[in-house]
Ligand binder design. Sequence first.
Ligand code: ATP
Length: 340
Amino acid sequence: MNASLNVPAVIAARDLTKTYTFHQQRAGLGGAVKSLVKRKYETRLAVDRITFGINCGEVVGLLGPNGAGKTTTLKMLSGLLYITSGELDVLGCTPSDRKHDHLRRIALVMGQKSMLWWDVPAMESLLLHKEMYGLGTAEFERNVSELAELLEVQDLLNVQVRKVSLGERMKLELMAALVHGPEILFLDEPTIGLDVVAKARVRTFLAEVNRQRGTTILITSHDMDDIEALCSRVMIIDHGRLQYDGSLDELVRTTRPRKLLRATYATDVDGGALAGLEGVGAVDCDGQLIRLEVDRERTGDVLGELTRLGPLVDLDVADADVEDIMRDLFLRRSTVGDQA
Ligand SMILES: Nc1ncnc2c1ncn2[C@@H]1O[C@H](COP(=O)(O)OP(=O)(O)OP(=O)(O)O)[C@@H](O)[C@H]1O
């Protein structure tokens, strides 16, 4: 239970760790034979003592560069992998026990892997889920109809899965994951490869599922638009370690304490004097356009100065791009990691 929020924690992880042990396969036939006789084992620390809790109904983004340990974390949380050490509690159970009653309460969708049979219509897979999870006919039909309407896939349910587009398939994957009404949804890159329209539909759908059903969602994505649209909280993981756990707004405020202002004028203006103002960072003047960075608390004053410079045509006040912030964070950390 999270005492301050008075909502139950549905996921609690303490010092969660995963080390993979694997053997190097040598190249060629000779190498393969040698590998059979003498195996050289290696270990890789993929997730390194991470501790966090997730409350009922939260939508949390799990971010990090390639190889950071995100998928490994999701696989441990959904019980596909045993943990190496630490403690893990998901809805009061140990996920790797894979108890049937527990599996009914969670779902995992991996953008790169399909849960649906390719050679038959999606409805066949949904019916299999009905049997697997012991859903009554009325409940199943209600869920199918609700989800199909939200996802606008009524006409696709009886089409062979291999014949639908990538975006349509992802909607069907989400439907299959949610048809048994899980309380927690784990999503690993659910919008990968989708076009902008399909991505937007998936995001709207997920937000709706969270709002209507109270489903807790933990999502990994390299698309920051997914994260900005859905997550109030993000966890950043890198080299297996949890580097940040908090709100996206707070991350933006602390990493980029300045706002970006962009003013367009009807005539050429001279913004040279702006550079000397308190709280103003880099100023870029180019004829009718001025771009500058300003401390958040000084934004109002500097806007006043901008309006006095000349006849304004357009004025834009923006936070730093989350995509840029992530790029900087990951680059800085990988450089520090390389030097260490
Ligand atoms: N089955 C495995 N055996 C050995 N090492 C593995 C295995 N699966 C993953 N790893 C390694 O564990 C580390 C974390 O991998 P993981 O797939 O969790 O990263 P990720 O953050 O999901 O990356 P991406 O964004 O590229 O999907 C990587 O170094 C990866 O090479």
